[in-house]
Design a protein around this ligand. Sequence first.
Ligand SMILES: [Zn+2]
Length: 240
Amino acid sequence: MLPEQRPLYEEETFRLEGLSDIDGFYHHFTIRPDMMDRKKIIRVKQVHSDKILVVDRKTFDLDLFRNSRIFNNGYDALITNQDDIILEIRTADCLPILIIDPDNRAIAAVHAGWRGSLLNLPVKVVMKMKEFFGSEEEELIVGFGPSIGPCCYEVGDDVLEPVRERHPEWKDIIEERDKGKGMFDLEGLNRRQFLDLGIRKDRIFSVNICTSCHPVRLPSYRRDGKVAGNIYSGIMMEMV
Ligand SMILES: [Zn+2]
């Protein structure tokens, strides 16, 4: 039986049943940065790129790594097959994506704004998981956290034009309004990319929460500007 696609609600933290049901994996989307053990977190500078950091070393010195320049290079996705490491993504309207490969024991955390999505970042992350960990598309489980929804995400030609150019079916992900304006379905674009890759529809889950209009005041850059704060999305494999 398939799990229902509804979020478990605990104050300002959201989890997806479809991901929580898998033994040995932990995840959350939260506005409380103290939810996680800081010593275990891998947090990088995010730069709206398609760059992916692979954390694949067994003897991984987190402190050394944290202090190294690699963190300042900028990445928008993290993947690992290591236990007890929290991959973290910070967002405020952009789409946080968490991926689990239960068979090969690998995880990913992805920061997908419109730029990264148009650079096919979700596709590149899955390709990287295949390359490094032997992941198979049909085995992957994908979770979307809170992001700005098509209800609130009005975009102009700077987004409309590249979407039209790169996605022939763009009318499914942008509802045109006045000339040069449209309502953009960021999660829809990412969902489409995963489906096109061969990820199973019944393995894609979403909290279905818009950061801009959800009744619990979530960080929204579009609504509040730079003071918005962050949603912290974390994923970890427990030690076996
Ligand atoms: Zn909304």
